[in-house]
Design a protein around this ligand. Structure first.
Ligand code: S3P
Length: 442
């Protein structure tokens, strides 16, 4: 790998991927562990927490609000230690805006965290985050009694003023979004009565699984989750398993790189997160999942994957998209190597991620001569089993970590080097991505 003027050259791996590796802590679970511990009474003990820019945005935010943090870097690169929360007395008024950087999860969950307190906090973020829709969160929170200013504004920066007098609500979410679900449940924890969130298809359920560890009872069933308030979370112990969304890049690399056979260990096997293994199976890929234990209520285990020639296209139905929402770009790259057409149904949510990932996938695959197109809200990829990487391809990551890793895989697993502009956005979720994958190819 070489790096000049923000463009990184990624060259083909010298040998197939072999052996076992872990991946850094799950980003979604790490954010929740940090935020819930900050809201809790007493000290929580956290381990396996992802050390990445996004999680650091959550850590910085709760520190500004008065939580005491004593997390240290451990030899495996994760963060571990204590967070003492503000508990029943609530957060302090921060002395300036809270800048959530690139992290949508920090900004949106924080809106739920702040809802029950009568302080006014300006929430902002980087250029990408300032373009992302916030109405989906502010609308239900306003129904609960929270105010956002300027009124009617749909994007950050926004100033939130909470209330100790929150109303419990039942809310039908217009889209499957765990960020929206979590913001409403966190606010609902402090409202008198039952707050319920119904969603059109199941989104990741880490919040419903983790809140009971903090002594807050939740009920959850297919496409609905509730919390009974009022209650104050109590400090507890949280162990964060490896991130399946990071593992997906290694697994897809093994499927595409001839001769490969790998195992990713200690990775979350939450079914709302490992839809990519099912999509790869649908394409005929040799991928297996083995349960090893549970961290709290989160299952974890081993995902193994082997190089698979003769992949074929498949259809991913709309109600499964939430389980692969962050993996669609890399799965689209695998689909580009499969015989026939793959269709991902109803993927409009990808338009409002860190960048417009639908447009970016179509553009990036186009550079490889692969036909990919969007019809309505469906993404189509027409694969080429003998896909060969043209010389001199330059991908634009658009400062989006998942796109940076997707396009890097073209160079790592293909026949020619590629360049990836702003590759260092990988530090948002998986800072050691390149060294992990190169370690498997040694
Ligand atoms: C996340 C939920 C997903 C996902 C994001 C993390 C979370 O977003 O894309 O990377 O931690 O709750 P949505 O809930 O908006 O789909």
């Amino acid at each position: 790998m070489s790096n000049e003027s923000n463009t990184t050259t990624v060259s083909p791996l010298i040998s197939p991927l072999h052996g076992s590796t872990g991946v850094p802590g799950d980003k979604s679970i790490s954010h929740r562990a940090v935020l819930f511990a900050a809201m809790a009474e007493g000290t929580s003990r956290l381990s396996g927490v992802l050390d990445s820019d996004d999680v650091r945005s959550s850590l910085k935010a709760v520190k500004q609000l008065g939580a005491q943090i004593s997390l240290e870097k451990t030899p495996d690169g994760s963060l571990a230690g204590g967070i003492t929360g503000w508990g029943a007395k609530g957060p302090v008024q921060p002395d300036g805006p809270i800048d959530c950087g690139n992290s949508g999860t920090t900004a949106r969950l924080l809106m739920g965290v702040l809802a029950p307190w009568d302080i006014s906090v300006e929430i902002t973020g980087d250029e990408s985050l300032q373009r992302r829709p916030m109405r989906r969160i502010t609308a239900p929170l306003m129904k609960m009694g929270v105010r956002f200013e300027p009124e009617g504004r749909e994007t950050l920066p926004l100033t939130e003023t909470g209330t100790r007098d929150l109303r419990a609500i039942t809310y039908d979410a217009p889209m499957a979004s765990a960020q929206l679900k979590t913001a409403v449940l966190l606010a609902g924890m402090y409202a008198k009565g039952t707050t319920t969130l119904n969603e059109p298809s199941p989104s990741r359920n880490h919040t419903e699984l983790m809140l009971p560890e903090f002594g807050i009872s939740t009920t959850a069933a297919d496409r609905t989750a509730s919390v009974q308030g009022p209650g104050v979370p109590q400090g507890c112990e949280v162990r964060v398993p490896g991130d399946p969304s990071s593992a997906a890049f290694l697994v897809c690399a093994a499927v595409m790189k001839p001769g490969s056979s790998i195992q990713v260990e200690n990775v979350s096997l939450n079914t709302a997160r490992i839809g990519f293994t099912r999509t790869l199976e649908r394409m005929g890929a040799d991928v297996n999942v083995r349960h090893a234990g549970s961290a709290g209520k989160e299952p974890y285990g081993i995902i193994s994957a082997c190089y698979t020639p003769n992949l074929h296209g498949c259809e991913v139905p709309a109600d499964k998209i939430a389980t692969i929402v962050d993996e669609v770009p890399v799965l689209a790259l695998v689909a580009a190597h499969a015989r026939g057409v793959t269709v991902f149904r109803e993927v409009s949510e990808l338009r409002v991620k860190e960048t417009d990932r639908l447009a970016a996938v179509v553009e990036g695959l186009g550079l490889l001569g692969v036909d990919a197109w969007v019809d309505g809200n469906d993404l189509y990829v027409e694969g080429q089993p003998d896909l060969s990487v043209p010389a001199g391809v330059v991908f634009d990551s658009k400062n989006d970590h998942r796109l940076a890793m997707t396009w890097a895989l073209v160079g790592l697993c293909g026949n020619a080097p590629v360049e990836v502009a702003n590759f260092d956005s990988v530090k948002i979720s998986y800072p050691q991505f390149l060294s992990d994958i190169e370690g498997l190819a040694r």
